[in-house]
Ligand binder design. Structure first.
Ligand SMILES: *Cc1c(COP(=O)(O)O)cnc(C)c1O
Length: 235
């Protein structure tokens, strides 16, 4: 069953991604779209893979596991929500990248489990730039310490950083948050640390992805903008 609304939404998102990318001197192909599929039924998600979007994001382990088998190997799953250490074992051989590394314990556990699968795991450090208490993520001041620690864990590949900005009606207000993380990202990138490859800056959601791209994001995570409003609230 083809859902025309979803296809139109994707067309629209890609047009907007392209415009924002060009504003920051880049091309549409430089920006990776992750379709955030949380709470969305499998039949509706299929529209997105048929459209040619291979990257899906889920923020809960249970939901990711329920959907995982329903899609083929071309699908790349991204764990974008807070991950409890005791759940790493369930997803370690299923996800392409974990965006939400926010503690030493979690990094260590992912490293342990990845070691057993024989593959390095791509991870991003989640940084709570705004300092909002309701958000997970390490503080900007802790980034250096984390990068150093993770660079010594042999089964992890630190690929970049992720943030979630506070909700804002006027997205210009949160521009400095994206800029701040971009500066930190470039600073680490320029240090050329072994085992650390600052390729991805995952920032921007339905409400704010254009501003995020303008400030340097190259991964955007979009749910509502593709699938419409979620049926039930989910944190
Ligand atoms: C839900 C979620 C998104 C997508 O949010 P939308 O506003 O629906 O685009 C992006 N990132 C994370 C971490 C999420 O939990």
């Amino acid at each position: 069953m083809i859902d025309e609304t979803i296809k139109q939404n994707l067309d629209d998102i890609y047009t907007r991604i392209k415009a924002a990318a060009e504003k920051s001197g880049r091309k549409a192909e430089d920006i990776k779209l992750i379709a955030v599929t949380k709470t969305v039924e499998v039949d509706r998600i299929r529209n997105v893979s048929e459209y040619g979007v291979p990257d899906f994001g889920e923020n809960r382990v249970q939901e990711l596991l329920e959907k995982y088998d329903k899609f083929d190997e071309a699908t790349k799953w991204h764990l974008i929500g807070h991950l409890q250490t005791n759940k790493v074992k369930y997803i370690i051989d299923k996800v392409h990248m974990i965006h939400s590394v926010d503690s030493f314990e979690l990094a260590k556990e992912i490293d342990n489990r990845a070691g057993k699968t024989g593959k390095k795991m791509n991870i991003l450090l989640q940084v709570n730039v705004s300092g909002e208490e309701t958000k997970f993520g390490i503080r900007p001041e802790e980034v250096n310490e984390y990068v150093e620690y993770i660079s010594r864990l042999k089964n992890l590949l630190l690929r970049g950083m992720m943030t979630i900005a506070p909700f804002a009606d006027n997205t210009q207000e949160i521009r400095p948050i994206f800029k701040n993380l971009y500066d930190i990202f470039i600073d680490i990138k320029n240090k050329r640390i072994d085992n650390v490859s600052m390729d991805y800056l995952s920032m921007g959601m339905s409400n704010d992805f254009e501003v995020a791209i303008e400030e340097g994001a190259n991964i955007v995570r979009i749910g509502t903008g593709i699938f419409g409003k979620r049926n039930y609230p989910q944190k």
